[in-house]
Write a protein that binds this ligand. Structure first.
Ligand code: PRT
Ligand code: MG
Length: 223
């Protein structure tokens, strides 16, 4: 890597919404301020008060890709996203800290009135719609339940209502979305929070700039 590229600011990849919002206090704790709001700005590269750090705003599920290829030195992504990413791109990401932000649960949910336990007991083959195919596949394999997985990219809650699936595997935080759609969570698959992920090469070549930020994130997320 040329000296000029070592001089460029560190790049942190974030998704807008809850991860951006919950990362701001961690950056503040490291003495870094972000003046532009990605909800209102159309900019995808945001400067910060530190000349050593810039942010890029990408889709939540694209964060690991930017970091793995080194287009971002580090990033913040949910375990749900990391799990699906790792299945397709093993290795390459160092995950030093659980930041304990954007917490939720990955759950199996069904239409109110659908007897999930009975269906499992009877060994029925279940149709399960989800964005989290890897996590779902492993969960049902562990339980020894046969499932046909249907990959969706969003609005999973609709699938059981219109007969696309018997169950969904989706993230739940307040439970409000399930309730509004007449669904109930019947099983936990995993506890989810977001992790700091770091590009392996950057960790070595850019340690002088990276390590203090990693240390600060660790302190702030533990408190
Ligand atoms: O929205 P987009 O398609 O761009 O991407 P995304 O959904 O992956 O991103 P975003 O920003 O919505 O979520 C980023 C990360 O936040 C996820 O990868 C999770 O790790 C974490 N997180 C925490 C959540 C939730 N809580 C959450 N509640 N992500 C999504 N939800 C959704 C859930 O899928 C469901 O539709 O919110 C709805 C349920 O919320 P409640 O409060 O009604 O239960
Ligand atoms: Mg979303």
């Amino acid at each position: 890597m040329s000296p000029a590229s070592l001089d460029r600011p560190l790049t942190l990849a974030l998704s807008k919404g809850r991860i951006f919002d919950e990362t701001m206090p961690l950056l503040e704790a490291a003495g870094v301020h972000v003046t532009e709001n990605p909800e209102t700005s159309r900019k995808l590269i945001l400067p910060t008060s530190s000349p050593d750090l810039q942010l890029i705003i990408v889709r939540a599920s694209d964060v690991p890709t930017y970091v793995q290829y080194g287009a971002a030195d580090f990033g913040i992504a949910g375990k749900d996203v990391l799990y699906e990413h790792a299945a397709e791109h093993p290795g390459g990401l160092y995950q030093p800290i659980d930041l304990n932000i954007a917490r939720c649960r990955l759950c199996v949910a069904v239409r109110k009135g659908f007897d999930y336990e009975a269906a499992v007991r009877q060994g029925s083959r279940l149709r399960v719609a989800t964005k989290y195919v890897q996590a779902a596949r492993e969960h049902f394999a562990r339980k020894g339940v046969y499932v046909d997985l249907i990959k969706l990219y969003g609005s999973m809650e609709l699938a059981p209502l219109v007969g696309l699936a018997d169950a969904i595997v989706d993230l739940v935080s307040t439970g409000g979305t399930l309730k509004a759609n007449n669904l109930v969570a019947v099983e936990d698959v995993a506890e989810i929070s977001s992790r700091l992920i770091v590009n392996q090469a950057a960790l070595k070549t850019r340690a002088a700039k990276l390590q203090p930020l990693i240390d600060s994130f660790r302190l702030a997320s533990a408190s």
